[in-house]
Design a protein around this ligand. Structure first.
Ligand code: SF4
Length: 467
């Protein structure tokens, strides 16, 4: 009987089985940022402990950094305190830090892959839910809380519950105007935001096999939004081509040895799965959320659902979400007016996302009532985009072009919604208040859909403008 990638990586990283039924897993790579690490470092300091593996630990700043005015000290005293604390912790504990102004700074889930730190077969941990992104490389990547950040800093290991594996096979050609973001939103809609609890999601099928690494990262990024603990894609030539030559990837001969090893870690053809799901890519349309979780979504041509049409257990939640969003059952998401357009976040702020959005806005103008911003996921993405002139395309169209960071994905930096603004967003979370205003409203969609909405001033079907 074959084994899945999850089983292979799990066994290879097992330190010991714990009496709790958990496994103590060695963590190959620990990524750290400013928000979830201060208390963890405090514990180490108070106990006189060191970071167990500083050479496997890397830090960056992303959540709280301003994306426009970055002079120090930051105007926000709390943000300045957080970044100063991370600087001190990294200095004291010997952890490399990519700080504001460094070429490598950026959203933690963008820079890991970009620098070649993220590699197949690794176990990865980071104090951020969307660590699942790194699974796109065939890594097993856990988003963890502050107490677990402490555990990894101190021991380079984690106590983890065993996981079942659900293989999600996506097959067929994606229609023009339908993207990886639509695939993952459709999967979450189909399986539910808690459908993945207790599972690792293995994404497979010819659609996924044809996807670029950027697209695979978008899908794996949102695994956690579907309740899955991790999500991954088996490593293949696309993975290896992406990694070759990256600063932290194995060099020259070592790369070829690593590639043989990585290939052996992919799930065997006769591996057993706890569950299997099929998704037809060629039937998908652009997906937009209408509610307050990523599973509350519709295809662009579909009406917003009525509570009465849903299972009894879901009705109260749907009613509450409709009230908050100000939407009526039966109306269309297409045509809903927006106030803000945000292209960014660890889901969709990579070069290919910006290229596709720029293709849509080139030579056009943002609607007069819309505030539109593009926030590259990393300084590296920013530099590459500027080299191609994408910043000019966006600026000429009326977008703001910002420096790298999490920005309006969450309300922890100056980029926030105001009042009850409606934001077309390429990010990954839409709960009440997520974008910084307690009454702000988020519509999740692909970056191409955000670009099209920015121009129209309302949600439109991007299939009308791309071929
Ligand atoms: S972009 Fe959003 S989801 Fe991603 S790491 Fe930053 S805050 Fe978290």
């Amino acid at each position: 009987m074959g084994r899945t990638l999850l089983q292979k990586v799990w066994e290879l990283h097992t330190v010991r089985a714990l009496s709790t039924g958990q496994t103590q897993l060695f963590i190959g790579l620990h990524l750290v940022h400013e928000v979830t690490s201060p208390q963890a470092f405090d514990v180490l300091r108070s106990r006189g402990w060191r970071v167990a593996f500083p050479d496997r630990t890397f830090a960056t700043v992303d959540h709280i950094v301003p994306t426009r005015e970055r002079r120090r000290p930051f105007l926000d005293v709390l943000a300045e305190d957080m970044i100063a604390t991370l600087e001190r912790n990294c200095r004291d504990f010997g952890v490399p830090l990519w700080n504001v102004g460094d070429r490598q700074q950026g959203i933690v889930h963008v820079i890991g892959p970009e620098l070649g730190l993220t590699q197949p077969g690794m176990t990865i941990a980071c104090g951020d839910s969307h660590t699942s992104t790194h699974g796109a490389f065939g890594a097993v990547a856990f988003g963890i809380g502050t107490s677990q950040v402490r555990d990894v800093l101190a021991t380079q290991s984690l106590a983890m519950e065993p996981l079942k594996v659900r293989r999600i096979r996506v097959t067929g050609a994606l229609p023009a105007g339908v993207y990886a973001k639509d695939v993952i939103l459709a999967i979450i809609r189909q399986l539910g935001v808690r459908g993945g609890v207790g599972y690792a999601y293995e994404y497979a099928g010819d659609t996924v096999e044809r996807m670029t690494m950027d697209e695979r990262m978008t899908i794996c990024n949102m695994s956690i939004e579907g309740g899955a603990r991790v999500g991954y894609v088996n490593p293949d030539e696309t993975t290896f081509t992406f990694l070759r030559g990256r600063p932290h990837a194995p060099g020259a001969d070592a790369f070829d040895r690593a590639r043989t090893w990585w290939t052996s870690l992919a799930s065997d053809h006769d591996a057993p799965y706890d569950d299997e799901v099929e998704v037809r890519a060629d039937t998908l349309m652009p997906v937009v959320t209408w509610g307050t979780n990523p599973g509350q979504s519709v295809g662009i041509d579909e009406p917003i659902p009525a509570p009465a049409d849903a299972p009894v257990a879901d009705r109260a939640g749907i009613t509450d979400a409709l009230d908050y969003m100000g939407f009526s059952p039966g109306t269309r998401i297409k045509g809903q007016r927006i106030d803000v357009a945000f292209i960014g976040s660890c889901t969709n702020s990579r070069l290919s996302d910006l290229r596709e959005a720029a293709r849509i806005v080139r030579g056009q103008r943002v609607a007069p009532h819309v505030k539109a911003l593009v926030v590259p996921g990393s300084a590296g993405v920013q530099t590459a985009a500027e080299r191609e002139g994408l910043d000019d395309v966006f600026r000429s169209a009326g977008f703001e072009w910002r420096d790298a960071g999490c920005s309006m994905c969450l309300g922890m930096n100056p980029d926030k919604l105001e009042g009850s603004q409606v934001c077309a967003s390429s990010s990954n979370r839409n709960f009440k208040g997520r974008q910084g205003s307690p009454t702000g409203r988020t519509l999740l969609m692909s970056p191409a859909m955000v670009a099209a909405a920015a121009l129209a001033g309302e949600v439109i079907d991007v299939r009308q403008v791309v071929s």
